[in-house]
Design a protein around this ligand. Structure first.
Ligand SMILES: Nc1nc(=O)c2cc3nc(NCCN4CCCCC4)[nH]c3cc2[nH]1
Length: 373
């Protein structure tokens, strides 16, 4: 059966596991490695879709949990689907709701059936299951639908993680069973297994058999130490098929992106660039800039001398500091635009570096300039 979404491996770095590829979807192709801007409630916060497209983003992420609760997937469906509703005509990946229930909703109960929770918006009682998550994502019409899984907390004991990953595998089979609309939407499986390398292997073996077009590494970036995360990641990427897309969920600061690419990851997403923007923080070639800092009061230079984004071409740090101090909406708009542009451009530079066999040199050059993460 032909998948709606396919991955093509174009080149693997000779010295690391970094790889250059391409994901093809019904809403266009995506050059990888790729960072996906997050548009949780059907908007990349403080950004117009044209700006997100203009910076070169080819795919964004949205969330089943949020859109189910508000406005409701029936309304998005009636609008013609999420692409039409939010005026975004490139690719969309939707997360399945599992992680968001744990991180946002007031979790009530996990059973074989699914997850009972109370809405973080109005406290109303709800149930998400593999079938319900697929129904919602089919209604949203996203190109890539994530399987309904349980992201085990960190730390979690081995027995809990083992039982949880086995239930996640059973849930994945139910997702695949229920999934309609195969010709327009593809399902990605999600590997779990906590920080236990042997359980990660077990999870991978169980999900790879289902021959899906892409697989995510879940259960990471959940508060574990960086070196532990990278050690587990390094090990578990190898258990995923080389000819399928590999997506590391919830990762998105520059250092984690470089380290993830180096270990063979193709796709990333994180709220970080837009979230820290709303708190006056910018990512620049020379490290993070906290625009609130008094030292920028009379600094009439742009945020990043090496950045060609709209914000850096037209505004100074002094002005951006002023906007933030006045709590002006334009502050979040300009800093979000810059941070997203910075990461999307950085991934473009990474892709070129892989093509030219100089990924490690580019990484070291970037780290030397960026300084402390
Ligand atoms: N379906 C699903 N399964 C996961 O295991 C998962 C694991 C994840 N881990 C993260 N980490 C996000 C960390 N993020 C960093 C910046 C501030 C907000 C939290 N997001 C995730 C999303 C996930 N989605």
């Amino acid at each position: 059966m032909k998948h709606a979404v396919t991955y093509e491996l174009l080149k693997t770095d000779q010295r690391t596991k970094a790889r250059r590829g391409r994901v093809t979807t019904p809403h266009g192709t995506i050059e990888t490695p790729v960072f996906m801007p997050v548009g949780t409630a059907a908007t990349v916060k403080a950004m117009r879709p044209e700006q997100v497209k203009e910076m070169g983003a080819e795919i964004i992420l949205s969330n089943t949990y949020h859109l189910y609760l508000r406005p409701g997937h029936d309304i998005v469906k009636a609008a013609g689907g999420l692409h039409k509703f939010m005026n975004w005509d490139k690719a969309i990946l939707t997360d399945s709701g599992g992680f968001q229930v744990f991180s946002l909703g007031a979790l009530r109960k996990i059973t074989e059936e699914g997850v009972e929770f109370r809405s973080h918006i109005d406290g109303s009682k709800h149930m998400l299951s593999p079938e319900k998550s697929m129904e919602i994502q089919n209604a949203l019409g996203s190109d890539i639908m994530m399987a309904f899984d349980e992201c085990a907390p960190y730390p979690a004991d081995r027995n809990y993680v083992k039982n949880s990953l086995e239930r996640t595998t059973r849930w994945l089979k139910r997702c695949k069973e229920y999934h309609q609309n195969m010709e327009n939407q593809s399902l990605f499986g999600i590997m779990q297994g906590g920080m236990y390398k042997d359980l990660r292997y077990e999870s991978a073996m169980q999900i790879v058999d289902l021959d899906l077009p892409g697989y995510a590494i879940g259960g990471l970036s959940v508060g574990e130490p960086k070196e532990l995360m990278l050690d587990v990641l390094d090990d578990c990427v190898d258990h995923l098929p080389a000819e399928k897309a590999r997506y590391l969920m919830g990762v998105g600061s520059p250092d984690y992106l470089f380290e993830g690419v180096e270990r063979g990851v193709d796709m990333f997403d994180c709220v970080l660039p837009t979230r820290i923007a709303r708190h006056g923080m910018a990512m620049t070639s020379y490290g993070r800039v906290n625009i609130k800092n008094a030292k920028y009061e009379r600094d009439f230079e742009p945020l990043d001398p090496e950045c060609d984004c709209y914000t850096c071409k037209n505004y100074s740090k002094a002005y951006l500091r002023h906007l933030y101090k006045c709590d002006e909406m334009l502050s979040a708009m300009l800093l979000s635009n810059h941070n997203l542009h910075f990461l999307v451009k950085m991934m473009g530079n990474i892709r070129t570096a892989i093509e030219e066999e100089r990924f490690l040199e580019y990484k070291n050059e970037f780290y030397a300039k960026y300084g402390r993460f």
